[in-house]
Design a protein around this ligand. Structure first.
Ligand SMILES: C[S@@+](CC[C@H](N)C(=O)[O-])C[C@H]1O[C@@H](n2cnc3c(N)ncnc32)[C@H](O)[C@@H]1O
Length: 338
């Protein structure tokens, strides 16, 4: 954790916006590798290990599957390492900002996983603060290290972020909302961290009449969240090996492509990926289907309503995506939590 971030921090336990006391037992060039943060008000202590402040307690972390997933496949979806622009395309398609706007901005990546989108924001000169509840945060630290002091990590839940209100120039939360226990609370909690007028971008699984098309997926999901990570990994390997050849063939046929939706695997087909990459992405996404404790879909019209009720401005929504801005007055509107 870089000492320059201290000004942003507030105790997530008592929420008093007084500076946290930092004790460093190991540091490199202003980056604290080991030590602790202590609240001067309530005395809560948060260890810093391997350069990352750890705000979560083990018992709060329902995302062991994601910790495993992003440690094992940390490099797979990073554009820079896979020589494609798939993450960059989604990052900008789902957000209200441009490449030029990002330079010098302080951006929060809420639920960063292995850091595929933090990497893009830093590539365009943003200072990124990446947060994740799981061990994925260590993968993110590694994959985005190349950006030097533009990238920073905290292992923390979205519900207990250690930041003052109104400090970020923008935030995004991609691929996360559906995997939290209370998606509405997740969407209501984050805007408090935005400066007045600052933009946010959410993406989420859209609720449709077709959700149950992947019947096998949802039959299996009745018990897979209770399997161990090891068991889910074996399941994902077995299903991907069995169904990828059919899925890859169907996904290349214009009218039959839709049938991949009934297969029990997440078939990834993208012309920018080699067949081997498509296989690995399908394996990762299949593991990502069955492992999560929560998968709760949203209707974008309801998301728009929720954001409008929070007092956000310029609220826009479409299938699986919503964008908005914090109100211009810091004090009106945005509630702190659900
Ligand atoms: C499907 S991954 C998406 C990661 C990344 N945003 C991406 O799109 O590649 C979902 C991530 O959300 C994280 N997550 C789930 N609940 C969270 C919470 N309450 N607070 C912070 N992170 C959370 C998981 O640990 C996981 O890394």
């Amino acid at each position: 954790m870089r000492t320059s971030l201290l000004d942003l921090l507030a105790c997530p336990t008592c929420r008093i916006e007084a500076p946290l006391a930092l004790t460093a037992t190991a540091a490199e060039d202003g980056d604290v590798i080991a030590g602790e943060l202590r609240c001067r008000n309530c005395n809560a202590v948060f260890p810093i290990r391997d350069g990352v402040p750890r705000i979560v307690r083990e018992e709060e972390n329902y995302c062991e599957n994601f910790g495993y997933q992003w440690t094992r496949w940390k490099n797979l979806q990073i554009d820079r390492l896979g020589h494609h622009d798939i993450s960059e395309e989604r990052f900008f398609a789902n957000s209200p900002w441009t490449r030029e706007w990002l330079k010098g901005k302080l951006i929060l990546d809420a639920g960063c996983g292995a850091g595929r989108f933090s990497d893009i924001a830093a590539k365009y000169g943003a200072r990124v603060v990446s947060c994740d509840i799981s061990a994925a945060i260590d993968a993110c630290r590694e994959t985005t290290r190349v950006h030097g002091d533009l990238t920073n990590q905290f292992q923390a839940s979205i519900y207990d972020l250690p930041f003052k209100r109104h400090v970020f120039d923008g935030l995004f939360c991609y691929g996360v909302i559906q995997h939290t226990p209370d998606p509405a609370k997740t969407m209501r909690t984050l805007p408090q961290f935005l400066k007045p007028g600052a933009p946010l971008a959410y993406d989420f699984y859209e609720k449709t009449g077709w959700d149950e098309l992947g019947v096998v997926k949802y039959r299996l999901r009745r018990f897979t969240p209770d399997l161990t990570t090891e068991q889910n990994l074996r399941l994902a390997h077995a299903l991907t090996a069995a169904f990828f050849p059919l899925g890859a063939t169907l996904s290349r046929l214009p009218f039959l492509r839709v049938l991949t939706g009934v297969l029990p695997i997440a078939v990834v087909h993208d012309k920018r990926l080699s067949l081997k990459q498509e296989y690995l992405w399908s394996l990762l996404d299949t593991f990502d289907w069955y492992g999560p404790r929560y998968e709760i879909r949203q209707n974008h019209r309801q998301v728009v309503r929720l954001l409008e009720e929070l007092g956000l401005a310029d609220v826009k929504g479409r299938w699986g995506v919503a964008t908005a801005r914090a109100p211009e007055q810091a004090t009106n509107g945005v509630s702190e939590t659900a």
